[in-house]
Write a protein that binds this ligand. Structure first.
Ligand code: GLA
Length: 341
């Protein structure tokens, strides 16, 4: 006899970081928000203790991404959760390796689904715990030395809000939701995917190298961190005052610092930022770890198309593959969509 195995469906979003880059692993400040692009995990318990993972989007023949799911389950068990064997089916609208935290969305969707399965309600305290579990899955299990911003954004995001995170105490980061009423003031947030892919899980890659340089006290790298923290503070004030021009200028200054002091930009990111600001955007910057990925641009809603077309034309002039644009809004964090059925 087969007993029905109720499925839990959970969803966790990707994120855009508005400002505060490469600060999370440097005890600094960042200001990400959750976006509409998300990963959905459908989870059923198994009685044989095994973990079976399938995904519609994952590249065939590459099982590396499954390690993120295994890592979450291992870390949840280590945290004392009684996680049974699972069938996990994943579907995602977050571009893989595209700088919008596809990995955090994946980890947080699985963790949230398991919480649903175990009937554990998610208050902010538990959301913080799950963010930490997911971060450890990534750093200790997959070996990507990332900093924790992405998982917090995915777990604690709220519609209409960015999340100010202070990593002064890296193991218990302080968070505060900051209203971000851009749409009310006729503005849009345009994310542009360079189509250049990055890999943060590479121990020899630039991301890991920047971490080591900061630990060693490299003056140019730490100058970026110091000035970036100041810019996050100023950005929070600008947002509260609805001084959008000021916020835009801080974003563009952040990009210059990431390009010149931190050296994590690439020509595609620089071209998008220059073209967008040249076409009338209030500000633009790379978002995420860099070496490819996406930009985020603050622009008057009725100029978004002009900026988009200018960027496409600049890309075409260099014979680069057309970038992909997404208009994003700060959306809700991870949630259980349904239990049973
Ligand atoms: C990646 C990491 C984050 C953070 C950013 C840079 O997105 O996953 O932890 O370090 O890069 O701000």
């Amino acid at each position: 006899m087969h007993l029905p195995r109720p499925a839990v469906v959970a969803r966790a979003p990707g994120r855009v970081n508005l400002i505060g880059e490469h600060t999370d692993y440097n005890r600094g400040l960042c200001l990400p928000f959750a976006i509409q692009l998300a990963t959905t995990a459908t989870i059923r318990p198994r009685t044989d203790g095994r973990l079976r993972i399938t995904s519609a989007e994952a590249p065939a023949g590459d099982a590396h991404w499954q390690e993120y799911v295994v890592g979450v389950v291992v870390e949840l068990r280590r945290a004392g959760w009684d996680v049974p064997g699972l069938d996990v089916v994943l579907a995602s609208t977050v571009p893989l390796g595209g700088g919008l935290s596809s990995s955090a969305a994946l980890e947080c969707a699985v963790a949230t689904g398991v919480a649903g399965l175990l009937r554990i309600p998610l208050d902010d305290g538990r959301r913080r715990t799950l963010a930490e579990v997911c971060r450890r899955a990534e750093t200790d299990h997959v070996g990507a030395p990332t900093g924790g911003m992405d998982q917090l954004a995915s777990m604690l995001g709220a519609a209409g809000h960015a999340l100010l995170v202070d990593f002064a105490d890296p193991h218990t980061p302080a968070t505060r939701r900051v209203p971000l009423p851009v749409a009310d003031d006729g503005l849009a947030l345009l994310v542009t995917d360079t189509r250049v892919r990055h890999a943060l899980a590479d121990g020899d890659g630039g991301y890991a190298q920047r971490r080591r340089e900061c630990e060693a006290g490299d003056p140019r790298r730490t100058r970026h961190v110091r000035t970036e923290n100041d810019r996050v503070g100023a950005a929070v004030e600008a947002i509260a005052a609805r001084a959008w021009g000021r916020l835009g200028a801080l974003m563009t200054a952040s990009h210059a610092s990431l390009r010149d002091d931190y050296e994590v930009s690439v020509p595609q990111l620089d071209l998008i930022v220059e073209t967008a600001t040249g076409a009338g955007a209030l500000g633009s910057r790379m978002t995420g770890g860099g070496f490819g990925g996406c930009t985020v641009t603050l622009v008057a809603a009725d100029r978004a198309d002009v900026v988009r077309e200018a960027v496409d034309a600049a890309y075409a002039a260099r014979d680069w593959a057309t970038p992909v644009h997404h208009l994003v809004e700060p959306g809700p964090g991870a949630e259980v969509l349904s239990v049973g059925g």
